[in-house]
Design a protein around this ligand. Structure first.
Ligand code: UD1
Length: 419
């Protein structure tokens, strides 16, 4: 198991290229199940979660190649409609195979993903949507079994705009008979990217990015040809690190409006933000100012940026109240950040952060993906050597993070646990 060794106290400066978005890639690669031909995807990040997705798809009978960010998937034949626990437990997003398998094969059997470190994360909204499209759902031995000879288009009104449930419903509805309208659907850029990829397969979708998505079902889909959107969360992480270390960083390769709610908060915290066509520059104006944040579905402040923003506020001037409304247990970074000397008080679903001028290095343990990024940021600010262990969490979602940080001037290296 690898660790990251960080010698903090240095400002980040320079330009970094963002990778393709992990959270867009996962559903998009899975949507290849729907097409009877070969699909080709560009700008796919080389991440653990992507390897897991490839394994799941290989298990279902899709052949694949993955080289230099290009993944090809051939779904000429589906070998099985069964996604077992051993594969699904490695990555919750595997539940997204349910909709496309059911739509194409008339049946799917997928292990229930169970809880995860950041909360219970039920899938009731996924099942609700598939039932509305005519699926018969049974739960047996820890598996969801969904059956329908042919799904039928319908109006599906979500109680909450779940990203995963919207994606599963979209992938089911594209092959259903007739029209589907998804109301109160998620509006995240990853949903829009999935719609774009599905359209290259011949799907008839409109309204993505708004709360009401219209889908006209078709009888069959061909292979896809798509380039994945830039990772807004990765970009936001580097910009937050620039703010925290009082530096100046440009991120290239994403649409600034995908990150607008976060950029507005950086500005409120005193940073200068320049929005280019496909780039963003953040220049810290000395020490940041304490700024309150509340996570919300898109276009609100993303829960996936909460931990990193908190890390930046730990070294800001003044207090900040960080409120998490999406996941119930997403403060696992708090006790770890406290080890660096951060002054943090948890009150229900909020954390009161009292900014400190200085942090001091400490050994830290990564707990989940975005929490890990916040610990790395804490290490970049702290004086002395911080070691972050269990960084396999980080490797699930950030491509070559330490290399990219090094190119910005950070003193950070990867070491093997045994070293
Ligand atoms: C996706 C992202 C994740 C991000 C999250 C919110 C991927 C692979 N993951 O996760 O990084 O943090 O969106 O932006 O894209 N819920 C239910 N029932 C359901 C589904 C969800 O109650 O059937 C609840 C969840 O427990 C959670 C909230 O809805 O409290 C948001 O979840 P959702 O939007 O579905 O997130 P994911 O798709 O799991």
């Amino acid at each position: 198991m690898d660790k990251l060794k960080i010698n903090g106290g240095k400002s980040l400066n320079g330009t970094v290229e963002v990778s393709g978005a992990k959270n867009a890639s996962l559903p998009i690669l899975i949507s290849a199940i729907l097409g009877s031909g070969k699909s080709r995807y560009e700008r796919v990040p080389a991440l653990q979660d992507i390897k897991t997705t490839e394994l799941v798809l290989n298990h279902l009978g899709l052949s694949s190649t993955f080289e230099k960010g290009v993944m090809t998937l051939d779904a000429a034949k589906i070998a099985t409609v069964d996604a077992p626990y051993d594969l699904v437990r490695k990555m919750r997003a595997s539940i997204l195979v349910l909709g496309p398998l059911l739509a194409r094969e008339g049946k799917a059997k997928v292990s229930l993903p169970g809880g995860c470190a950041i909360g219970a994360r039920p899938i009731d909204l996924h099942l609700f949507a598939l039932e509305k499209l005519g699926a018969k759902i049974t739960l047996d031995g820890g598996y969801v079994i969904a059956e329908a000879k042919r799904l039928k288009g319908n109006r599906v009104a979500f109680e909450f705009p779940s990203v995963g449930a919207t994606e599963n419903a979209m992938m089911a509805a594209v092959l259903a008979e007739g029209e589907t309208v998804l109301e109160n659907s998620a509006k995240e850029p990853e949903i829009v990217d999935l719609a774009i990829a599905l359209r290259t397969m011949g799907a008839k979708i409109s309204g993505e990015g708004t709360e009401s998505i219209h889908i006209q079902g078709v009888n069959a889909l061909s292979g896809a040809n798509h380039r994945v959107v830039g990772d807004r969360i990765e970009a936001g992480t580097f910009l937050a690190a620039a703010l925290a270390t009082r530096g100046r960083v440009t991120v290239n390769g994403l649409a600034p409006h995908h990150l607008e709610s976060v950029l507005a908060k950086f500005e409120e915290a005193g940073a200068r933000v320049v929005r280019g066509e496909e780039s963003i520059t953040l220049e810290a104006n000395g020490r940041g100012k304490g700024t309150d944040v509340k996570t919300q579905p898109f276009p609100g402040f993303p829960t996936d940026m909460q931990a990193q923003f908190m890390a930046a506020m730990c070294v800001a001037d003044g207090s900040s109240l960080i409120t998490e409304t999406i996941f119930e247990n997403r403060f696992m970074h708090v006790p770890e950040l406290a080890r660096l000397g951060c002054d943090l008080t948890i009150r229900g679903n909020s954390v009161l952060v009292r900014g400190k001028d200085r942090l001091t290095a400490a050994p830290l343990m990564a707990t989940d993906l975005r929490a890990s990024a916040s610990l790395v940021m804490g290490g970049l600010c702290a004086e002395g050597e911080t070691v972050v262990s269990r960084i396999y969490h980080l490797d699930r979602g950030y491509e070559r993070m330490e290399e990219k940080l090094r190119s910005l001037g950070a003193r950070i290296e990867r070491v093997k646990e045994s070293d």
